[in-house]
Write a protein that binds this ligand. Structure first.
Ligand SMILES: *[C@@H]1O[C@H](CO)[C@@H](O)[C@H](O)[C@H]1NC(C)=O
Ligand SMILES: *[C@@H]1O[C@H](CO)[C@@H](O)[C@H](O)[C@H]1NC(C)=O
Ligand SMILES: *[C@@H]1O[C@H](CO)[C@@H](O)[C@H](O)[C@H]1NC(C)=O
Length: 357
């Protein structure tokens, strides 16, 4: 992560203080017991994960036309044949998502990309001192990160994804819904999966995120586990992002707390293992066992051997304005008004809905 900063030093200090306070486990134990620990047998399907990670990677592609036609360089391999139903691009908020159907998996896929501005490092630094500061609606005591929640709730993502999923289910019947995302996209995907689970039933929704940050407190994690039981949070080696915003077990009420189930991808004696972690969400034997000095930003950018970077980090720009308009004109000319053209494209440019076909 480059040279140490005072933030990192201060964080280290706080973490050391909490480690030194470990014997105070009585306090921790009572509050942690309010987290519903689910210890039923749990399987991690690596074959499925290898497909889902490709969807989480593909949503980083910045060429809208290639994504729409599913001809992008990442749109092949295990995810070939994907049927794009809806592509959402919010230029102003720098968000991107798609909804479509994987007929091989007989599932609706929702993949979300979040903004990281132009530097992962700055984004990581911003998360060091973030508080859980927003009461999650209709869930007493549940608090979440305002920034992550707003990016999902107060943009086009929430209504457009909900609508696209409903349409796909109407068209193809009772398919299960797989929601995915990497990094901040994983945080947004969590909120999306929770919404979809409340609407379509928790048994029909499957969430798998890669290198996501923490999004809420202990109470929120508890609700989450109840509503979205089929959740896997993949972490990779020393990836720093799952450690942020920090978890302080001496302040169980104020602190962020991951929901389960973490699966930790790491090397053991030269072999990659996928360690299925405990049902607490904060298994001390999984990625939490990595000491703060070894946290790494580069381990954030690869998951299951797949590259999770944007193809263009130089700006937050997803597509150039003129190419968006051109693209939409073509789409609107060929598709609109035709009842069979079920595809939806939404582009918001500076808050203005540019197109919806
Ligand atoms: C794992 O997922 C694949 C689909 O990708 C499926 O064909 C296979 O049956 C699953 N395996 C288990 C053990 O559920
Ligand atoms: C979430 O979105 C709804 C509908 O747009 C809005 O009424 C509500 O205030 C939003 N919640 C937050 C916390 O921003
Ligand atoms: C962590 O691992 C150690 C040894 O491998 C084991 O004794 C301990 O019970 C584990 N702790 C948890 C919380 O799983």
């Amino acid at each position: 992560m480059g040279r140490p900063t005072w933030e990192a030093a201060a964080l280290l200090l706080v973490l050391s203080v909490s480690a030194a306070s470990r014997p105070l486990h009585g306090i921790v134990a009572t509050t942690e017991s309010s987290f519903q620990n689910s210890e039923q047998s749990f399987g991690f399907n690596l074959t499925l994960a290898k497909t889902i990670v490709e969807y989480a990677s593909a949503v980083y592609m910045t060429d809208l036309t290639e994504l729409y036609t599913w001809t992008c360089s990442k749109c092949n391999d295990l995810i070939q044949g994907f049927e794009m139903r809806c592509l959402i691009v919010d230029v102003q908020s720098c968000l991107q998502a798609f909804v479509g159907v994987d007929h091989g998996l007989n599932s609706i896929i929702v993949s979300i990309r979040g903004t990281q501005e132009n530097s992962v490092q700055n984004w990581i630094k911003d998360m060091l001192w973030k508080q859980v500061d927003l009461n999650y609606p209709n869930m007493p005591n549940a608090k979440v990160h305002t920034g992550f929640y707003s990016s999902y709730n107060n943009t086009l993502l929430r209504p457009v994804i909900a609508n696209a999923v409903c349409k796909a289910r109407k068209l193809y019947g009772h398919m299960s819904i797989i929601v995915t995302g990497h990094s901040m996209g994983g945080a947004l995907a969590s909120f999306c999966a929770l919404d979809l689970a409340i609407t379509h039933g928790g048994n029909n929704v499957y969430l798998m995120t890669f290198g996501q940050p923490r999004v809420g407190n202990t109470a929120f994690a508890s609700y989450f586990t109840k509503y979205v039981p089929n959740t896997i949070r993949v972490t990779h080696e020393h990836d720093i992002v799952p450690h942020l915003p920090p978890y302080f077990f001496i302040f169980p009420h104020q602190t962020y707390h991951h929901f389960p189930r973490e699966v930790w991808e790491h090397e053991v004696d030269g072999n990659t293992v996928y360690q299925v972690c405990d049902g607490s969400g904060e298994d001390p034997n999984c990625s939490r066992s990595v000491f703060v000095f070894f946290w790494s930003a580069s381990d954030h950018l690869t998951y299951l051997g797949v590259d999770m970077e944007a193809d263009d980090w130089s700006t937050c720009r997803i597509v150039l304005g003129s190419s968006v308009e051109q693209f939409l004109q073509t789409r609107l000319a060929t598709g609109s008004g035709d009842a069979a053209a079920v595809d939806v494209v939404v582009v918001a440019d500076h808050g203005v809905l540019v197109g919806w076909s």
